[in-house]
Design a protein around this ligand. Structure first.
Ligand code: SF4
Length: 318
């Protein structure tokens, strides 16, 4: 379960040297395929309690990122022959704090200690290739990382309780802030984010206001500020498993949600030259590598692979 994050930086009117970093989180378990996280972000900036902070400022950067919100219930097996999952990849983020740097660093420290211990183990010195360092997972489970993630395990899934988001807030107040997550039960997530979308026919299209160019902005001018630059000769990092799925399923059933959930305008349905029907165009050069498409594509047909290094985004100051 992941969450997409929109970021923009604005310098404020009252203090020219002040740089404001706005973070806007959208849970990717949303159901309406017409929801557009980027445009939600632009609309939110016009909220009466947000707009005055931004008035007179200048937009200087933009970016987006997916956050691992699955937490304790979603941590996979952490070791395999020849490898370990450390850092952010297994999902060690503390959800209420939206922070995972400390847990990621600690997992790296525990991994290096476990690897060192195995490499210096006399019985294993003849076998250094394909080692399965199981000690790392045991050490992690005995560390404060595990305790911290366990204490916050029910916060995100509580938002899916019968009481909804407000019920989740009450739950968080009661069981986390007062009891520090000591309740003896563990709530479950309702399923993967891509499976939450409802068919477009069951949902209402969302009308978003036009950006004013001062506080809210259009997508492409924002992406231009992300500092992304793909070399022309690098292999495609966004491909489709089946070229027919976007039109036959995503467009037909969900009205092409990839046009809206991508915060960089990478996916676009354009009319066919014949004049009948449309096809999906992938503007991969715009990609800011947030990984949302890999998570939210309702057909799980988009194959996102890590792009070549050095192409950005360049989030200086974020
Ligand atoms: S193509 Fe995918 S990874 Fe790239 S910006 Fe769009 S949603 Fe994010």
């Amino acid at each position: 379960r992941l969450t997409s994050l929109g970021v923009t930086i604005d310098s404020a009117k009252r203090c020219e040297e002040l740089v404001k970093i706005l973070l806007f989180k959208v849970g990717l378990d949303y159901q309406n395929p017409y929801l557009n996280p980027f445009r939600e972000f632009q609309r939110w900036k016009h909220h009466p309690s947000v707009q005055p902070t931004l008035e007179g400022g200048t937009r200087i950067a933009y970016g987006a990122r997916a956050l691992n919100e699955g937490g304790f219930q979603s941590i996979p097996k952490l070791t395999f022959p020849g490898g370990l999952l450390i850092g952010c990849s297994p999902g060690f983020m503390n959800v209420p704090k939206i922070k995972g740097t400390h847990t990621a660093m600690k997992s790296g420290m525990l991994a290096s200690e476990a690897i060192f211990s195995q490499l210096t183990n006399e019985n294993l010195q003849s076998k250094t290739i394909g080692l399965d360092v199981k000690e790392y997972e045991e050490n992690l489970k005995n560390s404060w990382v595990w305790k911290e993630l366990y204490a916050v395990r029910n916060i995100r899934p509580s938002c899916h309780s019968i009481l909804g988001v407000y019920g989740g807030m009450i739950y968080t107040g009661l069981f986390y802030w007062l009891l520090r997550g000591m309740e003896p039960w563990t709530l479950k997530h309702p399923g993967p984010d891509f499976a939450q979308l409802k068919p477009a026919k069951d949902c209402t299209p969302i009308e978003y206001p036009k950006p004013d160019g001062k506080i809210s902005f259009d997508l492409l001018s924002s992406v231009a500020l992300s500092g992304t630059n793909h070399e022309h000769d690098q292999p495609a990092h966004l491909t489709l498993r089946d070229d027919s799925i976007p039109v036959s399923r995503n467009l037909a059933l969900f009205d092409g949600p990839e046009q809206r959930f991508c915060p960089a305008g990478v996916y676009e349905y354009i009319p066919l030259e014949t004049g009948e029907g449309s096809r999906l165009q992938i503007n991969a050069q715009n990609c800011v590598h947030c990984k949302t498409c890999d998570i939210k594509d309702p057909s799980q047909n988009i194959n996102w692979v890590v792009p070549e290094g050095g192409g950005g985004p360049a989030y200086n100051g974020m």
